[in-house]
Design a protein around this ligand. Structure first.
Ligand SMILES: Nc1ncnc2c1ncn2[C@@H]1O[C@H](COP(=O)(O)OP(=O)(O)OP(=O)(O)O)[C@@H](O)[C@H]1O
Length: 358
């Protein structure tokens, strides 16, 4: 496992990227930011496509300045699978090991191992034209990892997939990246990609890092406007359980599992602030998950009022920042103000539990 330390300046026309980013060995970091923020430029600089004007890229102790693309030991998975059309799936995966000197037999064995890892053994003899988008992307994942890269770069890896196959391919990528223990940097527009795959987020704006930190923390307490916009959801960290999610203190948040996640795996419960009902007294016999919170703030939010939670006496930290959007009439009826203890309640059907980065 290799550590990535990059501190680069890249000029493209009038745009300047000036970014320092470190990815610890085996860590997955997601780079987010609006269009034109410089995400692809950063990826290109790491891959060796755009030589930096200043700075350095050090991967596993090797300085990559001037090292050509094919010698960097950097794997790239992009939106399109970009498989060689004339080769079978197996030969596509074996291509990397072959190019780095493995014999035909050893390369095929490596390919078969990775094909099994991405549940694609049955597709080994097919040509790319005989694969669906999701199948081709699974082969591309195997191909990227079969080269045993020191760094894996993911460029919007699910953007070209049908929405109904994305969760399965995303879970699979999460599993194999963890098994391979490969240091990974991912560019994405989709906050769910970041939640499911990334240990840490880096937010770019006009070529600079404006925010970074553990995924759940950035989404829970966003400091940049961009993170706040993408993080418009309530998020509770914990571990998946059959009922939904269990927090570190053992509180169960009822929820559904839209994508596969094993019991006990790190996970997050996500729900919309508009799905949260607020009570001034603990609701009795409610089928919902009820969370005691201390009201920290009330702010206008469109036609609604956003109630922000703070931590009540002895309560867990993750309560801090949870939001409930309610009508002004409901706020008047509640008769509560900041500093009061209130109860947030949410129905299991409104809560999605997704696997999460560490
Ligand atoms: N070949 C080029 N010549 C000049 N400027 C360029 C070139 N390619 C990109 N740029 C500029 O560099 C900036 C960063 O682009 P980049 O593609 O890295 O952003 P991004 O964050 O990946 O955006 P998106 O989310 O739209 O893919 C943009 O302002 C873009 O206009």
């Amino acid at each position: 496992m290799s550590r990535l330390e990059a501190d680069v300046g890249v000029r493209r026309g009038s745009f300047v990227l000036d970014v320092a980013v470190t990815v610890e060995p085996g860590e997955v970091v997601a780079v987010l930011g609006s269009n034109g923020a410089g995400k692809s430029t950063l990826l290109g600089a790491l891959a060796g496509l755009y030589p930096p004007d200043r700075g350095s890229v050090v991967l596993g102790g090797r300085a990559l300045d001037g090292v050509p693309v094919h010698r960097r030991r950097v794997g790239l998975l992009s939106q399109q699978a970009l498989l060689f059309p004339h080769l079978s799936a197996r030969d596509n995966v074996a291509f990397g090991p072959r190019s780095s000197g493995a014999g035909r037999r050893a390369a095929r064995e490596t390919a078969d191992r990775w094909l099994a890892m991405v549940d694609a053994t049955a597709l080994a003899d097919r040509r790319p034209s005989e694969l669906s988008g999701g199948q081709a992307q699974r082969i591309a994942i195997a191909r990227a990892l079969a080269c045993e890269p020191d760094l894996l770069l993911l460029d919007e890896p699910f953007a070209a997939l049908d929405v109904d196959v994305t969760p399965a391919v995303r879970s699979l990528l999460r599993r194999v990246v963890r098994v391979a223990g490969v240091t990974t940097l991912m560019v994405t527009h989709d906050v769910l990609d970041a939640v499911v795959l990334a240990d840490r987020l880096v937010v770019l704006d006009t070529g600079r890092v404006v925010e970074s930190g553990p995924t759940a923390e950035v989404l829970r307490r966003p400091r940049s406007a961009f993170a706040a916009r993408i993080a418009g959801l309530d998020l509770v960290p914990g571990r998946s359980c059959s009922e939904g999610l269990r927090t570190a203190e053992g509180r169960v948040i009822g929820g559904t599992h839209p994508e596969p996640v094993d019991d006990g795996e790190p996970a997050v419960a996500l729900f919309a602030p508009a799905s949260v009902a607020v009570f001034a007294d603990p609701p009795k016999g409610s089928p919902r998950t009820v969370l005691p919170v201390r009201l920290a703030a009330m702010e206008p939010h469109g036609e609604l009022v956003r109630l922000r939670a703070g931590v009540p006496d002895g309560g867990p930290d993750w309560v801090d920042g949870l939001a409930a959007d309610v009508t002004p009439a409901a706020v008047a009826e509640l008769g509560v103000e900041p500093g009061d203890d209130v109860w947030f309640a949410v129905k299991a059907a409104e809560v999605e539990v997704h696997p999460a980065g560490r």
